[in-house]
Ligand binder design. Structure first.
Ligand SMILES: Nc1ncnc2c1ncn2[C@@H]1O[C@H](COP(=O)(O)OP(=O)(O)OP(=O)(O)O)[C@@H](O)[C@H]1O
Ligand SMILES: [Mg+2]
Length: 359
């Protein structure tokens, strides 16, 4: 949002030499505006930016009104920036910060505007110092990290499901066959119900139940064939039996099928949120609600327990994983204090093209 249109009248810096030298020493592109938004000084980095980008104004914007420049710029953030600067000039405490995307032939570039209100001696008060910094490298690094983290989550999902299927279809089947054989031996030998063969069959039965539970947690069997609503109903039932936490489900019927990525993200979110209810909240009940509303899929998990202690959400990988999964799909996630308890709320955009059938 540096000034771009040509200006015929050059306007020299109107600030004392000491201030100008101080501004010139800053690496950011800096402009100083007065109480009505007129640019009264710019620094060396600002001038260099103008020259390198072929901006034709020989005064580099000095004398022009920065608020008007923002408001008439074709940039979508122009109005928001002007409003933020006007608020500062009107006395808002600030600083005002805004990150914006700059169209560039070399690809997306990102800038950060920081503005602070000053009343320096020797200058018309108040004035606002505006600094522009190139934050493209940081933005790209953040995007790269998000992509890597999201890729890791997807790989983890795929691996969990693979191990879950293997356990179910391999080891659990073999143990079931062994238990059947033991049962037959026990019957043929006249082994009593408390005899060693029957006891071995009981141990095998317990191992099979544990393996099946583990395999089902790793690989939700209903999700792919029947969709999110059915998988959540099944999961909630098993979760209540295992933990004693009563789960109430409020799911629109019929609930549409979503993309596989959305279904697994929401399923894992419910799994993690319910796990947190059991492990951290102390609540004996939880509610899971799932609905599609105005093109958004909304899911909430609520409990009636201790609620979130200050700063505690930063500790684990569960909530961070939820946030990442949802962000990756263009959605969001928030935690709300429900007094008593906590609400974990997710939203994902659900364009109608994503629906392919109803369950
Ligand atoms: N429903 C809840 N009620 C109270 N506190 C919660 C709840 N959910 C999360 N928390 C708090 O937020 C913290 C972070 O949760 P998160 O799921 O990210 O990590 P975790 O459960 O501790 O570990 P994991 O990485 O195994 O999920 C928890 O340690 C807990 O202090
Ligand atoms: Mg957790």
């Amino acid at each position: 949002m540096a000034p771009s249109a040509a200006l015929p009248e050059p306007n020299p810096s109107a600030v004392p030499a000491f201030y100008q030298a101080t501004l010139d020493a800053l690496p950011s592109c800096v402009a100083l505006i007065d109480s009505v938004g007129d640019i009264i000084a710019v620094n060396a980095a600002w001038r260099r930016f103008g020259e390198e980008n072929g901006l034709a104004d020989p005064a580099h914007g000095v004398g022009r009104n920065y608020l008007e420049i923002c408001e008439t710029a074709r940039h979508p953030d122009g109005a928001a920036v002007a409003a933020g600067l006007r608020a500062l000039l009107a006395g808002a405490p600030g600083p005002f910060r805004h990150e914006y995307e700059c169209p560039s032939p070399a690809g997306a570039a990102w800038g950060r505007l920081s503005a602070l209100r000053l009343e320096p001696p020797g200058l018309p008060a108040p004035c606002v110092m505006i600094l522009h910094d190139d934050v493209t490298a940081r933005r790209e690094a953040e995007r790269g990290l998000r992509e890597i983290a999201a890729g890791l989550l997807l790989a983890e999902d795929a691996e969990r499901r693979r191990i879950g299927r293997e356990l179910h279809d391999g080891v659990a089947q073999q143990l079931t066959a062994a238990r059947l054989m033991l049962g037959r031996f026990a019957a043929n030998d006249g082994d009593p119900a408390t005899g060693p063969l029957a006891e071995a069959a009981n141990v095998l039965s317990a191992a099979i139940v544990e393996l099946r539970t583990l395999s089902y947690l790793l690989h939700p069997p209903m999700l792919e064939p029947l969709g999110l609503a059915a998988a959540l109903r099944q999961y909630a039932g098993g979760f209540s039996r295992r933990t004693g936490v009563a789960v109430t489900l409020d799911i629109e019927t019929p609930f549409p099928r979503l993309s596989a990525a959305m279904e697994i993200a929401l399923y894992r979110m419910a799994q993690e949120a319910l796990d947190n209810v059991h492990r951290h909240s102390g609540s004996r009940r939880a509610e899971v609600a799932l609905a599609v509303d105005h093109g958004l899929v909304r899911m909430t998990v609520r409990d009636y327990g201790a609620g979130l202690a200050d700063g505690s959400e930063a500790g684990g990988a569960g909530l961070q994983g939820m946030r990442l999964r949802l962000q990756e799909l263009g959605g969001g996630f928030r935690l709300a204090d429900a007094r008593p308890g906590l609400v974990v709320a997710a939203e994902l955009p659900a364009p109608s093209s994503l629906f392919h059938s109803a369950s």
